[in-house]
Write a new protein. Structure first.
Length: 385
């Protein structure tokens, strides 16, 4: 299953309007998620460069030979330019730069070429400039277009949220002292892949998760799961992203094995949950991104733990693991209906532990709604041993 043709056409029309406003006659897209958004094609690996060209009326892909069939089946594009790396293909293009430079030189002198300035490799940018073309950033336009989700995108985001709930439920059902972080993860992995396989034929589903247990590991926000086993009194941060048909939801919970948990650990768990609630209640159209961050910050500050906040309250979510716009103190962007965010204030106290819930919310006409629903209350996160 891929992005419907009508959705691609609508997106290209909106994007080409941005091109016209900036007097851009050709765009070079490098970022895989931007390519997928405007073409429906995404590869597994980009170690062999893949470049998507967009013109006012047509499009073109530069792809390595091993992606030829995959791209022909999935990419909504007008032309393909294939390069090769086999010894018996020596008379053909053997580097993406050959067709790239050929397409570049076909442009009239002085043409403005749209590029993603924050992503495009410097050597590609330099090649564009050396040929006498003006490189104009269009990456910010794609951020703006992608930030407002269509009905079709929201459908897949909601399904990703549902599958993340399935995964968390399975992991928590099997939770026990003495099991490893990896073992805890594995129950959720199996459940979500089984649920997805039963519900959808021929859809790409993936996931990323990590579990950080104990005082030391939970206080470091991003660590891969390990073979460490759960012990009495452990704070445990479990994080999971699920994606289906390209679209992601994030679902995180912190829990405490309560028998040997300290009173400060219990206080911090409740504080993180209260801060997240304040942030979620602040999300609505017309509110600034910085004010959502501030709503959670104030809860933590009033409790005297502002020193232990290490990151923003949340990030955009859709095709990418983290995507703009971000919910942070210096972003005055005004939220709009259709934006999607994680709400995940965290508190990380050395020698005590880390505490963070994350849920994925969609900005609605009159507020917001969460698409992740696994229980998040303080009482639910105190685990009997």
């Amino acid at each position: 299953m891929s992005i419907p043709t009508e959705n691609i056409n609508t997106r290209l029309k909106a994007f080409r309007k941005r091109m016209e406003e900036k007097q851009i006659e050709a765009v070079v897209l490098w970022d895989p998620d931007n390519q997928y958004y405007l073409s429906g094609f995404k590869a597994i690996s980009y170690s062999r460069p893949i470049v998507y060209w967009i013109y006012p009326e047509t499009t073109a892909y530069i792809i390595p030979e091993l992606e030829d069939l995959h791209a022909e089946e999935n990419a909504h594009t007008t032309h393909f330019h294939v390069y090769h790396e086999r010894y018996n293909r020596g008379t053909n293009d053997t580097s993406f730069l050959t067709p790239f430079m050929r397409l570049l030189r076909e442009l009239p002198a002085g043409t403005k070429v749209g590029v993603e300035c924050e992503i495009l490799p410097a050597y590609v940018y330099q090649n564009i400039r050396k040929q006498g073309y003006e490189a104009v950033d269009i990456g910010r336009d794609l951020i703006e277009l992608r930030s407002i989700k269509e009905e079709e995108e929201i459908k897949w985001l909601e399904e990703a949220g549902r599958l993340s709930d399935v995964a968390l439920e399975a992991s928590f059902q099997h939770l026990s002292l003495g099991m490893s972080e990896l073992e805890f993860d594995s129950y959720g992995d199996q459940a979500l892949l089984k649920a997805a396989s039963e519900a959808y034929p021929e859809v790409v589903v993936g996931y990323e998760n990590w579990t950080c247990s104990g005082v030391r590991r939970s206080a470091m926000p991003h660590l891969y799961s390990s073979t460490r086993t759960f012990e009495s009194g452990d704070p445990v941060v479990h994080s999971r992203q699920v994606w289906i048909n390209g679209y992601r939801a994030e679902n995180e919970r912190t829990f405490l094995f309560k028998e040997k948990a300290t009173e400060e650990q219990k206080t911090l768990l409740k504080l993180a949950i209260d801060a997240q609630k304040a942030g979620m209640e602040a999300v609505k159209p017309g509110v600034r991104a910085c004010d959502v961050d501030l709503a959670a910050y104030q809860v933590i500050k009033e409790a005297g733990y502002e020193e232990y906040i290490d990151h923003r309250i949340g990030h955009g979510l859709g095709l990418s693991e983290h995507e703009e716009p971000y919910l942070r103190f210096d972003n005055e962007l005004v939220l709009e209906e259709g934006m999607v965010y994680t709400i995940e204030p965290g508190i990380y106290v050395p020698g005590v532990g880390g505490f963070r819930h994350s849920d994925t919310v969609i900005v609605t006409a009159d507020g917001s709604r969460s698409i992740t629903h696994y229980p998040r209350s303080y009482e639910d996160m105190l685990i009997e041993e």
